[in-house]
Design a protein around this ligand. Structure first.
Ligand code: ADP
Ligand code: MG
Length: 455
C-alpha cells in the first residue's frame, strides 16, 4: 500500500481517538510520505508540531499504523514546511525602506507594555505549550495554530504572552491590535450607539494579528459575541492570526454562543498553570534583577514557598521587600523577610488551594472506588496506577509538594517514579478527554470538601 493511502486510513482512526481541537492542530495538515523497512515517515508543517507529536502521540500513531499494515511500524515525523502566505496584505515598506505610515498609525492604536516581552518571560512546565506556541506564532503568524487560545487562572502570564507576541510582530512590521474583551465590548456598544458599527468592524480589516484578552468577559453578551464571531471568521479566512485568552476553556464559559465556542476551539487550546517552585525562584531572580535589588537564595526560597497561586502575588511580595530594603537602606536576610511579609503570608495561607494530602488521596481513591491502602501498596494494575498518577499530579500541582514528599506519601516511591507519574498526567491531560474530565471532577470534589470544612 502507498504511504499516503495508509496515512489517510490512520488519520481516519486517529480522528476517533483524539479530540477535535487536537486533531486539527497537530494532525490535520500532515501527510504520509514514505513507508519502507517498517519505518513510516509523516511530513508535518513545523518543527514544533513534529516535537509535539513525537512526545505525545508517538505510541498512539505507531500502534494505529501497525494495526493498519499488520506489522510493527516505527513512525518518524519530518518537517516539510508549506508556508501559507497571508491572503491579505497591506503595503509594508516605503520606497526608502521606512515603515508605511498606515502601519505606524494602526500600531499606535494599541499600547503594548514594554516590560512584557519574551525575554522577560520565564518558561517552565506550567507554561511550556502556550509559551512555545506564542513564539512560533510571533515568528510565523497565520501558520499552524489559528486561533491560539490560552487559558488559565489569573496572574499566570496570559496578558504578558499576548503583549510579547505583539512586540515581535510589530518589529517585523505586522499590524497588531491588542484589546481586552471589555474594551472591545465598550467600543462596539459605542459604535452601535453612534450608528457606525460597520466602520468599527472595518477597522479590523487592516490588522495582521488580533490579540483578544479575557474572553470570559463576553459571557452573555450576545451582540458583542456575534460581532467577534464575524471578525474571527474574516481573520481565519485570510490566514491572519488571532490569539485569544480566557480564564477557562471555551466550553466552560457560560452563555458563550456555540458558534463562537467552536471557532475558539478550532485551533490550539493551550493551558497555563501557576508555576512550580523552581520556576517561581527563576521568576523572582529575573524580576529582582529588573528591579535592581538582590536577595539571597534563602529569601527567594522563602517567597517562592509562600506565594504560589500566581505570579502576580509573587511580584507583590517582591515589591514589598525591595521597597523595604531600599527605604531602610538594609540588606534583607531571612528573618527580616519573614517579618516584612508576615501579613501577606497569612492572607495567602487563608486563600490557597492547598488540600491536606490525605484528603487528596482519599478523594481520588473514592473516585476510582479503590481503598486508600491499595494506592500506597505495590499493586500496579491499570486503574490503581492511574489513580496513583493523578494523586502525584495533584499533590504537585495544587500543593506544590516536593517529589520526595510525594514519594513518601505514596508508600515510599522514589522521585523518578513520581516524575514519571506527574509527567504522564500532564502530557496526556491535553489529549485524553476522559482523563481531563476525571481530573476536573476530582478537583470539584476537593473544592466542595474544603467548603464543607470551612463552614
Ligand atoms: P494574566 O493575564 O494571566 O492574569 P499577567 O500576564 O498579567 O497574568 O501576569 C501577571 C504578572 O506576572 C505580570 O507582571 C507578568 O509579567 C508576570 N508573569 C506571569 N508569568 C510570568 C513568567 N512566566 N515569567 C515572568 N513573569 C511572569
Ligand atoms: Mg490578563
Amino acid at each position: 500500500m502507498q504511504a499516503d493511502k495508509i496515512w489517510q486510513a490512520a488519520l481516519g482512526e486517529l480522528q476517533l481517538q483524539v479530540n477535535k481541537a487536537n486533531f486539527n492542530t497537530w494532525l490535520k495538515d500532515t501527510r504520509g510520505v514514505d513507508y519502507s523497512d517498517n519505518i513510516f515517515v509523516v511530513a508535518v508543517p513545523t518543527e514544533f508540531i513534529a516535537e509535539w507529536l513525537k512526545s505525545r502521540l508517538n505510541s498512539l500513531v505507531s500502534r494505529t499504523l501497525s494495526t493498519i499494515v499488520g506489522q510493527n511500524v516505527e513512525v518518524q515525523f519530518q518537517v516539510q514546511a508549506v508556508k501559507k502566505e497571508p491572503a491579505h496584505s497591506i503595503s509594508r515598506t516605503m520606497p526608502d525602506g521606512g515603515v508605511s505610515l498606515k502601519i505606524r498609525e494602526l500600531n499606535r492604536q494599541t499600547f503594548l507594555n514594554p516590560k512584557y516581552t519574551f525575554g522577560s518571560f520565564i518558561a517552565g512546565d506550567c507554561n511550556r505549550l502556550p509559551y512555545t506556541a506564542a513564539i512560533e506564532i510571533a515568528d510565523n503568524p497565520g501558520g499552524a495554530f489559528n486561533p491560539l487560545y490560552i487559558y488559565g487562572g489569573t496572574g499566570t502570564g496570559k496578558t504578558h504572552l499576548l503583549h510579547a507576541i505583539g512586540h515581535v510582530a510589530r518589529a517585523s512590521q505586522q499590524t497588531t491590535l491588542y484589546m481586552s474583551s471589555e474594551q472591545f465590548t465598550n467600543e462596539f456598544i459605542a459604535a452601535i450607539r453612534n450608528k457606525n458599527a460597520e466602520e468599527f468592524r472595518n477597522k479590523f480589516n487592516d490588522i495582521d494579528i488580533f490579540l483578544l484578552d479575557d474572553v470570559q468577559f463576553l459571557s452573555g453578551k450576545t451582540q458583542t459575541q456575534e460581532c467577534i464571531f464575524h471578525i474571527l471568521n474574516d481573520f481565519l479566512d485570510d490566514n491572519r492570526q488571532v490569539v485569544v485568552t480566557g480564564d477557562r476553556p471555551p466550553k466552560d464559559i457560560e452563555s458563550l454562543h456555540i458558534r463562537l465556542r467552536s471557532r475558539l476551539e478550532g485551533g490550539l487550546l493551550a493551558d497555563i498553570y501557576p508555576p512550580n517552585h523552581k520556576t517561581r525562584v527563576d521568576i523572582l531572580e529575573l524580576k529582582s534583577q529588573q528591579m535592581r535589588v538582590a536577595f539571597n537564595i534563602q529569601v527567594l526560597n522563602y517567597m517562592a514557598s509562600h506565594f504560589y497561586r500566581n505570579v502576580r502575588e509573587l511580584e507583590g511580595a517582591l515589591t514589598r521587600l525591595s521597597t523595604y530594603a531600599r527605604l531602610n537602606g538594609i540588606e534583607i536576610d531571612l528573618s527580616a523577610a519573614k517579618q516584612v511579609l508576615s501579613d501577606m503570608v497569612s492572607i495567602s495561607k487563608q486563600q490557597n488551594n492547598y488540600h491536606c494530602p490525605s484528603v487528596i488521596i482519599n478523594t481520588v481513591a473514592d473516585y476510582f472506588a479503590i481503598s486508600p491502602e491499595v494506592i500506597t501498596s505495590k499493586k500496579r494494575d491499570l486503574k490503581t496506577s492511574r489513580a496513583r498518577h493523578i494523586i502525584m499530579y495533584l499533590l504537585r500541582q495544587q500543593n506544590h509538594c516536593t517529589l520526595a514528599e510525594i514519594g513518601r506519601l505514596l508508600g515510599g516511591r522514589d522521585h523518578t517514579t513520581v516524575i514519571h507519574g506527574c509527567d504522564k498526567i500532564s502530557s496526556e491531560i491535553s489529549v485524553d478527554s476522559q482523563l481531563s474530565k476525571s481530573v476536573e471532577v476530582i478537583r470539584d470534589l476537593l473544592k466542595s470538601s474544603q467548603k464543607a470544612q470551612n463552614t
